[in-house]
Design a protein around this ligand. Sequence first.
Ligand code: ZN
Ligand code: ZN
Ligand code: ZN
Length: 390
Amino acid sequence: MTLQAPASVASDRTFSDRLAAARDGLAARDADALLLGIGSDLRYLTGYAAHPTERLTLLVLPSHGTPALIAPRLEALAAAASPAGVAGDVEVVAWDETDDPATVVAQRLRTALGEAPAGRLLVDRGLWGMHVLALQRELPGSAFGLATEVTRELRIVKGADEIERLRAAAHAADRVIDQVTHGPLVGRTEADVSREIGERLVAEGHQVAAFAIVASGPNSASPHHAASRRVIQPGEPIVLDIGGTLDGYCSDITRTVWVTGGIAANAPSDEFLTVYELVRAANAAATAAVRPDAACEGLDELARRIIRDGGYGDAFIHRLGHGIGLDGHEDPYLVADSAEALGPGMAFSIEPGIYLDGRFGVRIEDIVVCGAGGPDVLNEAPRELLVVDG
Ligand code: ZN
Ligand code: ZN
Ligand code: ZN
């Protein structure tokens, strides 16, 4: 497969550009304000990363007027130190412990939009229910929708800078796969290998090791198996699905290996080899078909047909892939009922799998960017079956 440079993706956007684009999105959607809590949409627009708590932090981006980052007093310095805060793109408004932050938000909206705004407000899909209810109480008459109406379009196409961060995260995860598959694996618990992977993800530059699925033997038939105390045996497969975040952007890679314990009789079975080859072929075919205007459902079907024709159609029990960026799972989703067309700069996983209940499973997952002329495969770890002695 040719690896192509991601030509003609959106150029790097400053936070100020992103805020302006979100404001354009509001106008296009006939909406009056975006209300974003702590989360990836807020990070995308302002660079402000914080942990959600019961105290409300909310970006109030009205269709006109200065955007406000409304934050609890004790978080105000951190909010002001965010890139958009430092650049003066947002005004930080602190509320005190005895204030009702929903009132502060409503007041801010009235100032920007005029008395008693009864417009359409788009709220963060991850905003806690208690905050949404408080905002609805303070803003009766306003219609509420989801901020993804605006942010989805912005985030689904990655800029060149975002793609390079995804690539750096992918390469770090590749190195961890390489390190851990050198063994030893046999005789250790899944949980022990999972812990090692988490440490290595951090050692290779991730700030957060988000997950490290180690699914051995029959456990490999469960796609999201939680690493357990099961001891890895010679003569079985292991599905390793690992990832985290590096500079805010996510990694996510799956490789399936076979461990022999150094005994020739423990070589992979013919059926395992057949299944592995089907998954590898499905991964390769779907990846090669990545190009602008390819439909998400078309890629899913391409991979699925290979597995179905091989006789394992019922065992491919999940969609082909998911978008990736600031969130580990985001738009676009490569799923059977999605006619959405790929475009340059979209980033997503391609992860076909076959799962035989009670026996074994195989999954091979890469992160791929849709380039102007074809796929830009971010992961470089080999996809041929790796048979590990130890
Ligand atoms: Zn998954
Ligand atoms: Zn994964
Ligand atoms: Zn994935």
